[in-house]
Ligand binder design. Structure first.
Ligand SMILES: Nc1ncnc2c1ncn2[C@@H]1O[C@H](COP(=O)(O)OP(=O)(O)OP(=O)(O)O)[C@@H](O)[C@H]1O
Ligand SMILES: [Mg+2]
Length: 112
């Protein structure tokens, strides 16, 4: 299993949620975060205006996926969130050692 973590533009959250659900993935975690990328506090367009900013609000999503669906889901996230503008975000992929559904005790891919 892999944990796919994506930092994305806030307005893309609903589109990603819909795409993930449509792909038959049964859960995700979402956090509001602040961050910066390559432009390091230089001007980035945000909601149509330009601000001199240090940190920009983003949304971080975490989705646990079986290994055999990794590429498909990563491609889906990228395709859904890309605008081609600065600040589209990043996708990070971690090995996921174990998952446990607390209610049933199911483990591994059965738990995600
Ligand atoms: N190296 C990094 N480590 C951790 N988080 C990062 C890193 N780079 C970017 N992020 C997170 O992703 C968000 C979006 O980054 P962003 O898309 O601006 O990256 P970038 O490298 O500047 O690409 P672009 O040139 O397309 O803007 C940042 O606000 C930050 O939260
Ligand atoms: Mg950037």
């Amino acid at each position: 299993m892999k944990m796919v973590v994506a930092v994305i533009k806030t307005f893309k959250l609903d589109a990603v949620k819909d795409a993930i659900l449509k792909a038959g993935i049964h859960g995700m975690t979402v956090k509001e975060v602040m961050g910066f990328g390559q432009q390091k506090g230089h001007i980035e367009s945000y909601r149509g205006s330009s601000y001199e900013v240090r940190f920009i609000p983003k949304v971080k999503i975490e989705v646990a996926v079986p290994d055999e669906r990794l590429r498909e889901i990563v491609d889906l996230i990228q395709k859904t969130t890309r605008t081609g503008e600065l600040g589209d975000g990043k996708i990070f992929i971690y090995p996921l050692e174990e998952a446990i559904r607390i209610r049933t005790g199911e483990k591994g891919e059965d738990a995600i």
